[in-house]
Ligand binder design. Sequence first.
Ligand code: SF4
Length: 158
Amino acid sequence: MVINGRPSLACNTFPDKMKGKELVLEPLSKFPVVADLITDRSIIDNNLRQVRLYIGERDKNDRGLYELQYTAAKCLKCGLCLEICPNYGKGDNFFGALFANDTFLTHSLSESRKKDLKREYSKHFLAGCSKALSCESVCPTGISTLSSIFSLAHSKSK
Ligand code: SF4
């Protein structure tokens, strides 16, 4: 939800640690409201299903890459990155940081599937991302979208 104007996980927000006396709770604004603070975030799963993006194995031999992939694999699909992203509007064709991070985890896929996904990545992420990186400021698991983008760009040039 949006807590005092900031997209946040309710389960990870502690009122006694917040500044000010007032606590303002709002539903996420970029997803349909079901009731009160409850929103329907099924678009996230539907988008990933649409491009058949399932997380693959990680390369343990490349230590630097492995650490980044391990962090990216902690994505909760909470949608906070979409909520804060200036490039995402309700129901857009832009799939957001969570999609870019998952694409980065496709190590075990066949070359043809990787090619497919790169095409989807260009269409659903690269074409819409302005590198505002506001996603990084709200991600509860600290995933660096910029690292995913750089690593993907590097893998493309191989
Ligand atoms: S990348 Fe971060 S903010 Fe976005 S869905 Fe995953 S955990 Fe949530």
